[in-house]
Design a protein around this ligand. Structure first.
Ligand SMILES: [Fe+2]
Length: 142
């Protein structure tokens, strides 16, 4: 099941909300592509896009938080650092999978499950518990 955007996710900042929507869409797309292990070009495209968009988004958020003296900056940044490590590990695993000449549906399913657990739980938790505290701090700053 794809994760649908929910108004509860909104931090009341248009730019950040759009970036969160993009990350959720990329995650949903990655999960769909993982169901078919032969879609290797798409797999590479979506994991690279997710990795790059997450990195840009975290940098953007951290800059805004510093500019607006967000009191939970350190805590939020720690969360970003942990997710980037997880994303690096998952990206490496996906690259290895792409390079293997014969990949089974079983391997694809296993990776898909892991991505579901790690990224989905993490991303949604992070938005709902940590990013949500930005509400009211930066309004429509970009
Ligand atoms: Fe965020």
């Amino acid at each position: 099941m794809p994760i649908k955007w929910d108004p509860r996710f909104s931090v009341d900042n248009v730019a950040i909300d759009i970036e969160h929507k993009l990350l959720l869409s990329l995650l949903n797309a990655l999960e769909v592509v993982l169901r078919n292990p032969h879609e290797k070009d798409s797999l590479r495209f979506f994991i690279d896009q997710l990795h790059e968009s997450a990195k840009d988004h975290f940098r953007h958020e951290e800059n805004l938080q510093l500019r607006y003296m967000f009191p939970y900056y350190e805590e939020n940044k720690k969360g970003h650092d942990v997710l980037m490590v997880e994303l690096d590990v998952i990206r490496d695993e996906i690259y290895k999978f792409i390079e293997k000449p014969d990949t089974s549906q079983e391997e694809a399913d296993r990776m898909s499950k892991k991505i579901n657990h790690v990224l989905r739980d993490w991303l949604v938790e992070h938005i709902l518990k940590s990013d949500i505290k930005m509400k009211g701090f930066m309004n429509d700053a970009r």
